[in-house]
Design a protein around this ligand. Structure first.
Ligand SMILES: CC(C)(COP(=O)(O)OP(=O)(O)OC[C@H]1O[C@@H](n2cnc3c(N)ncnc32)[C@H](O)[C@@H]1OP(=O)(O)O)[C@@H](O)C(=O)NCCC(=O)NCCS
Length: 138
């Protein structure tokens, strides 16, 4: 099991986050790394994972406000060792602290759906809508 520390992201993490964004096929040129919404996983001084979560989103699918996992990525050679799970835990802690009771996400593919299922999320996609998975935290 690889150990990684999770900490708030800052603009100093931009280049590492750019690399992780590319893994999600996101080539956005200009973006901020904000300590309120972005957390990074750091291992031996290297940023190896990143999550972006926004709180108080209108989650129309369940008619409630909650937290929304915008992005999540771990460097490919370090996957399957608990880093993604730690990032989701931190995002949940942030959301609970902000007063949200539900956290939701949009899995990219079957692998990430398997990951989110393992984290306790369930598929609540409504017919003919974008994928919508959520978890009640409290
Ligand atoms: C999804 C992702 C963030 C998970 O990160 P991770 O560090 O591999 O996750 P963890 O090690 O905490 O969890 C592993 C679990 O996820 C699942 N999993 C998904 N992809 C996996 C992979 N490539 N290797 C191993 N396990 C994988 C397994 O079911 C595993 O379950 P287990 O713990 O019961 O064995 C990572 O695979 C990734 O960056 N994927 C590409 C981007 C993506 O799909 N992002 C999510 C949607 S925005």
């Amino acid at each position: 099991m690889v150990t990684a520390d999770i900490r708030p992201g800052t603009d100093d993490d931009k280049e590492a986050v750019r690399t992780l964004r590319r893994l999600l096929h996101d080539a956005t040129a200009s973006f901020d790394v904000n300590p309120v919404s972005d957390f990074v996983a750091e291992r031996a001084g290297e940023v190896v994972g990143w999550i972006q979560v926004t709180v108080h989103e209108e989650l129309d699918e369940i008619g409630e406000q909650g937290a929304w996992i915008q992005s999540l990525a771990v460097l490919p050679h370090l996957r399957g060792q608990g880093i993604g799970g730690k990032l989701v835990e931190r995002a949940q802690a942030q959301a609970i602290q902000a007063g949200d009771r539900v956290i939701a996400c949009q899995p990219l593919d079957q692998d990430s759906a398997a990951f989110f299922r393992g984290q306790g999320f369930a598929d609540n996609t409504m017919q003919e809508h974008e994928p919508f998975w959520s978890k009640r935290m409290t």
